[in-house]
Design a protein around this ligand. Structure first.
Ligand SMILES: [Fe+2]
Length: 294
């Protein structure tokens, strides 16, 4: 197993921004020792019925970073999201910073390049991103060392990003009463997801975990922060003594009942391009709908 550079003594300042339209939580993570920060999983607003894109949610993050006078070092995507569009290029254009994702993005680009019948101008080498992380790769947010943990299962390119005593779990785990993310997208695998979740649960019990999504199960208020210890004890899908076999069976049965995410078609086309909207031969932004392709 990879030896990760865990540093529980570094306590970053984490600000969360909940997006009601997609139940996504975006984060600004500030290095405690400097005025540098990272953004994790930003959201671009879309009215899909109208084909209209706006930036109200991303503008909240930008305004907060500007208000506090922070320098943005990194714009992190935990994975290619299927339920919301990333605002990474919009934020980068306003504030700078490098856009990073897992190196297995190439697998995702290959899979969805075929499904969306992309031409040769769509590069499948991850070159739309500024950095491609391998398991255990480190990077700096100011003086704080962050690292990426390879956690496939929900998608082949998923990574959990750990910054001091805060881990951004993407779509591996949900809050303890929400369980885990689905594993039925192309390239997803419930067994791999179980193994990845075990990697997260092997982090120190006091590690703070920040969710990418919350749906407020059973009518509770939206929450996004828990700890490894809480997940180990109480997660409804993997807590206690759940075996890999039990998990795969539960996950597979449950995934068969889930609807396709409302924004999967625009999300994949944009997010596999690091948040850029594809363009037609005239240079106009345009999205495709493959019929019976997904
Ligand atoms: Fe996801």
């Amino acid at each position: 197993m990879t030896d990760y550079p865990i540093d529980m003594a570094t306590k970053p300042d984490v600000s969360a921004f909940f997006d009601e339209a997609t139940n996504t939580i975006s984060y600004i993570v500030k290095d405690p020792a400097s005025d540098h920060c990272a953004v994790v999983d930003s959201v671009m607003d879309i009215d899909y019925a109208a084909g209209r894109i706006t930036y109200d949610h991303a503008d909240q993050l930008i305004a907060e970073i500007e208000r506090r006078g922070l320098t943005l070092d990194w714009i992190i995507e935990t994975h290619v999201h299927a339920d919301h569009l990333s605002a990474a290029p919009y934020i980068q254009q306003k504030l700078g910073g490098k856009i990073g994702i897992g190196s297995k993005i190439m697998v995702v680009q290959d899979t969805f390049g075929k499904i969306f019948n992309e031409g040769t101008e769509f590069q499948r080498d991850g070159s739309q991103f500024d950095a491609l992380f391998e398991d255990g790769d480190t990077y700096k947010v100011g003086e704080m060392t962050a690292f990426a943990m390879y956690t496939p299962g929900h998608t082949p390119a998923c990574m959990v990003h750990v910054m001091g005593e805060a881990a951004f779990v993407g779509d591996t785990l949900f809050m303890p009463d929400g369980g885990s993310a689905r594993a039925d997208f192309p390239g997803g695998d419930a067994g791999e997801l179980y193994d990845s979740i075990q990697k997260v649960l092997a982090l120190p019990d006091a590690m703070r975990l920040f969710m990418c999504h919350d749906y407020g199960p059973n009518g509770r208020d939206i929450q996004w922060e828990t700890t490894v210890g809480e997940e180990k004890a109480h997660n409804i899908h993997v807590g206690g003594r759940t075996t890999r076999e039990d998990f795969v069976k539960m996950r597979t049965e449950r995934d068969a009942t889930l609807a396709v995410p409302k924004l999967i078609i625009p999300s994949l086309q944009v997010n596999m391009r690091a948040g850029e909207v594809p363009r037609d031969e005239h240079g106009n932004p345009v999205l495709k709908v493959p019929v019976n392709g997904l």
